[in-house]
Design a binder for this molecule. Structure first.
Ligand code: ADP
Ligand code: ASP
Ligand code: MG
Length: 408
């Protein structure tokens, strides 16, 4: 059995016209002899609408109930789309995560996939030509509905492709591939024919929302070829795949940005062993992911500790930090949400030096102040004032020779 997974995002399933276009893509795959697993997102704006409802009803919505609520956006999409397929004479059915089941942990709002019953899916694929599966959702061992995090339908699709040994996972979206940076921010962005799993991982983790980070982790681990392409054209898109030697020749292959950043500083911290653990231990126990960290040089045994977190974790972070601050007798905890992170990514950085210096020089020319820096083998991330983020993306894109009229 040749299986193809096709995932369509929110704008691709927004209305009847769009869904008819999606049906054409599915019919084309059937004509090529595939059994098709279609994974759908909620219609554009629907997940936000449901999340806003939860906020309206409760200041601190129960997380399990909120997941059960927001998961219904995908149910609407798959049932409507299955009707369209059946109208065209296709043997199809809609499938919710609990029916498979696609089992996750109980990290509501960010649940991780633990197992998928592929036997059940294979049996259904014997009976049907197309299974239309709800993205984004899962079920815990004890029967509670979960969601996989914003953008999580990509992860549902790649995970299904992995367990079903699908030939490919096609991610259809509103851009026609992965670009050197967000084409909506930089008109000079160029479409990439291929991108290495590791580069895509960094692009996603640094904020490029074209693919959900965990979908790339799955793709890399199970070697699923992922093809990002447009619902609205037939052009080939970008294939996410293993690294090849030509990729190393390029110093920087992409620029990403992330506005979902908040900076927190604990001031007047005693500079002694155990203090970092006292601060970051409780945050990790509270499920808060810390990104960049800087400790200032100390003066008279007193220092400042600054770090960044996602804005959605800020309230929780401040609550935890206040307790820690009281415990270790720090002076105060301050925060700033007026920040964003811009990053340059490229496997070629492994073998070259001077990338950071070139980035700093380019930003300095525009008088953009650098607040924090983080580096890894294949990326450099820079925290700046939020109002400069789009300008910084364009500057770095140009500085690393990515503008389309400078490259191939
Ligand atoms: P979907 O609803 O189909 O999942 P998303 O909005 O999640 O679509 O992701 C697609 C969007 O990702 C694009 O509209 C684009 O603005 C943004 N994006 C950010 N960085 C990139 C990039 N490097 N290449 C392509 N698109 C990008
Ligand atoms: N509907 C979910 C969201 O808006 C999941 C997705 O679209 O991938 O985040
Ligand atoms: Mg998405």
């Amino acid at each position: 059995m040749r299986i193809l997974v096709q995932k369509f995002g929110g704008t691709s399933v927004a209305d009847l016209e769009c869904q008819k276009r999606v049906r054409e893509k599915v019919l084309a795959a059937l004509n090529h002899g595939y059994k098709v697993v279609v994974v759908l997102s909620a219609r554009a704006g629907e997940t936000n609408r449901l999340l806003a409802l939860a906020e309206e009803w409760s200041k601190t919505p129960d997380l399990a109930e909120r997941d059960s609520l927001v998961s219904i956006g995908e149910q609407v999409s798959i049932t409507l789309f299955a009707m369209l397929l059946k109208d065209a004479g296709v043997k199809a059915r809609s499938v919710l995560a609990f029916q498979i089941p696609l089992v996750t942990g109980n990290e509501y709002g960010e649940a991780r996939i633990q197992s998928i019953n592929s036997d059940w899916l294979h049996a259904e694929l014997e009976k049907y030509e197309v299974l239309v599966v709800a993205g984004f959702q899962g079920i815990t061992d004890d029967g509670k509905i979960t969601t996989l995090g914003r953008g999580g339908s990509d992860t549902s699709a790649v995970a299904l492709a992995a367990v079903l040994h699908a030939e490919q996972c096609e991610i259809y979206t509103d851009v026609d591939g992965v670009y050197t940076t967000d084409p909506r921010v930089c008109s000079q962005a160029r479409k990439m024919r291929t991108i290495a799993y590791d580069e895509m991982l960094e692009m996603s983790s640094m904020g490029a929302k074209v693919l959900h980070i965990r979908s790339v982790e799955f793709a890399k681990k199970y070697k699923v070829p992922v093809h990002v392409r447009s619902t609205f054209t037939d052009d080939p898109g970008t294939v996410v795949t293993q690294e090849d030697s030509s990729m190393e020749a390029v110093l920087v292959s992409g620029i990403a940005y992330d506005r979902d950043q908040a900076r927190v500083t604990m001031r007047g911290v005693p500079d002694q062993p155990g203090v970092a653990a006292a601060i970051f231990g409780p945050l990790s126990e509270g499920g808060v992911l810390v990104d960049m960290i800087v400790q200032n040089t100390s003066r008279d045994g007193i220092t400042d500790m600054t770090f960044t977190v996602s804005r959605k974790d800020l309230a929780k972070t401040l609550e935890i930090m206040q307790k820690v601050s009281d415990g270790i007798n720090a002076r105060e905890v301050i925060h700033d949400t007026n920040v964003a992170k811009v990053s340059a990514i490229g496997v070629g950085m492994r073998n070259h030096s001077g990338v950071a210096a070139r980035a700093f020089a380019a930003l300095q020319k525009e008088n953009i102040n650098i607040m924090m820096i983080s580096t890894s083998e294949i990326k450099i991330g820079i925290l700046i004032e939020e109002k400069y983020v789009e300008l910084a993306v364009r500057i770095l894109h140009e500085a690393f020779g990515l503008d389309w009229d400078m490259g191939d």
